[in-house]
Design a protein around this ligand. Structure first.
Ligand SMILES: C[S@@+](CC[C@H](N)C(=O)[O-])C[C@H]1O[C@@H](n2cnc3c(N)ncnc32)[C@H](O)[C@@H]1O
Length: 470
């Protein structure tokens, strides 16, 4: 990467000028034998998906891009390296790829500029105020790799397939890919001594996202053995778009989700208000770790020393944050300790304190600035108040949970559905009054009553998701 690109189009055009694309560009790195064997044996394949055309690619062939469409780097298109061609074909059959003229990627230069950030390379800077909950940008993946590729193929084979998959993308996408950064500043395509195969590998390592399985897998995925283990990540993807310029922050102001309904579009949303001139950031790692653990993880996996605001604080303030993280974990553990009594009702230790603990948890997430995760605390607080028969408080917390879940989980998520239900009708929710009635919660120790006509307390409008805040 050259430092100081001010917009994406410019960087892509420049890359296009001086980078050879296409398989012939692999030059001396061409490794015909092992890859040819893999392809002849059938699995895995590199599949090219251009606007609804699914073409099986053999690395030796130069692919003809479909004509009749004005290709730009925002036209949705991806290559996949997959053991499951049906799945790739399923994605390619979705409207984003079959009608690219109506569903192009959405870079949003009005909201941000790409600038040089001291110590981090390029990054996205807010050009305007971006309210919490607004989508900043969204993009289709350019490259998808089935995770099993890394376990089941030799490295020499899969790094060849990676380079072949990238090189057979349309030239605009290929250029955008090779313009992405690598872990070592000297590795970029313009300079540095890396071969094209090694360069593609380094770019993938630096810029890829893990994609977990969808909440309800499409039919073509049911054959995947690894789906039996929900912890298994499914795909490894790279977005040759401004998404790849988002730097890491241990307490980020934006977060992302993958929209399975819409061909795995990655949607980046502000999780708090972002002000003009602020850097837009996401977290590359699980944020609930000590500073030392986060730093170690980022150094080992990503190869950089984090210079985010939290990691740059004085030692005392870093320790304060670490203590809060430990307390969050402890409170979560305490709230998870529940047993069912003879009647199947949930009985917790120190029951009267559970609501207070849940509210403490919310406060701790807020103090830590964990806006991308705070829906967890809101959902816990909502259930605790519902368990205790406090309808209005349950509705308040469930409403907040829905608002924040919408940013990071999306509509298909089970917890979001549950919270929406709880916010709408706590009295009919499974958690209602499930705590033993041995304490005087709410009205008449029997819980708050449903109001006539299903009135809501002022300010709780779960349906009005487009409105900013409550
Ligand atoms: C996906 S790229 C992000 C865009 C990159 N800054 C660029 O110039 O293209 C990831 C790389 O950005 C840099 N980076 C991201 N977050 C950082 C942080 N918090 N501190 C230092 N470097 C960071 C690291 O070099 C990392 O390998």
């Amino acid at each position: 990467h050259e430092i100081g690109h001010s917009d994406v189009d410019d960087s892509h055009d420049r890359a296009h000028d001086h980078k050879a694309c296409g398989l012939e560009g692999l030059g001396d790195d061409f490794l015909p034998l092992p890859a040819a064997n893999i392809l002849l044996n059938g699995d895995p394949d590199v599949l090219n998906h251009y606007a609804g055309n699914t073409t099986k690619s053999h690395p030796q062939e130069d692919l003809n891009q479909p004509s009749g469409h004005n290709w730009s780097h925002t036209t949705p298109c991806f290559n996949s390296i997959s053991f499951n061609n049906a799945f790739s074909a399923h994605l390619a059959s979705l409207p984003s790829f079959t009608s690219p003229s109506t569903t192009t990627n959405k870079p949003n230069p009005a909201k941000y500029t790409i600038s040089s950030i001291p110590g981090k390379g390029l990054g996205l800077i807010a050009a305007t105020r971006i309210p919490r909950g607004s989508v900043i940008l969204s993009s289709h993946p350019t490259l998808m790799i089935d995770y099993r590729v890394f376990g089941e193929l030799l490295r020499t084979d899969y790094i060849f397939l990676q380079a072949a998959a990238v090189s057979s993308l349309p030239s605009t996408h290929c250029s955008a890919f090779f313009n992405l950064s690598t872990q070592s500043k000297n590795d970029t395509a313009g300079g540095g001594g890396l071969s094209r195969i090694a360069l593609a590998d380094s770019i993938i390592t630096t810029n890829a996202f893990d994609i977990p399985p969808p909440p309800s897998p499409p039919l073509s995925l049911h054959s995947r053995a690894s789906l039996n283990d929900p912890a298994d990540d499914l795909l490894y993807t790279v977005f040759a778009s401004p998404i790849s310029c988002l730097n890491h922050d241990c307490r980020p102001n934006a977060d992302y989700r993958f929209d399975w309904e819409n061909a795995l579009v990655q949607v980046i949303t502000a999780v708090r208000d972002i002000f003009p001139g602020e850097e837009i950031t996401i977290s590359y790692i699980y944020p609930l770790q000590s500073c030392q653990a986060r730093q170690k993880h980022l150094r080992m996996v990503w190869g950089f020393d984090c210079s985010c605001e939290l990691c740059s604080r004085s030692r005392g303030r870093v320790e304060e944050s670490d203590r809060r993280v430990r307390l969050i974990k402890k409170v979560r553990r305490l709230l998870r300790q529940e047993v069912e009594d003879d009647e199947g009702k949930v009985q917790g230790k120190g029951e009267g304190d559970r609501k207070k603990l849940a509210e403490l948890l919310v406060r701790l997430y807020e103090m830590e600035g964990l806006w991308g995760m705070i829906h967890e605390a809101y959902a816990i607080a909502a259930r605790e108040h519902s368990n205790a028969g406090e309808a209005w408080m349950a509705m308040k917390w469930a409403g907040l949970a829905v608002e924040f879940e919408a940013m990071v989980l999306g509509e298909g998520d089970d917890e979001m559905r549950e919270m929406r239900e709880l916010a709408r009708d706590p009295w009919g929710h499974g958690s209602w009054m499930s705590r033993k009635k041995n304490e005087s919660y709410g009205e008449e120790a029997g819980g708050e009553k449903r109001k006539e006509g299903g009135e809501r307390p002022m300010g709780f409008r779960v349906e009005d998701e487009d409105e900013e805040g409550w």
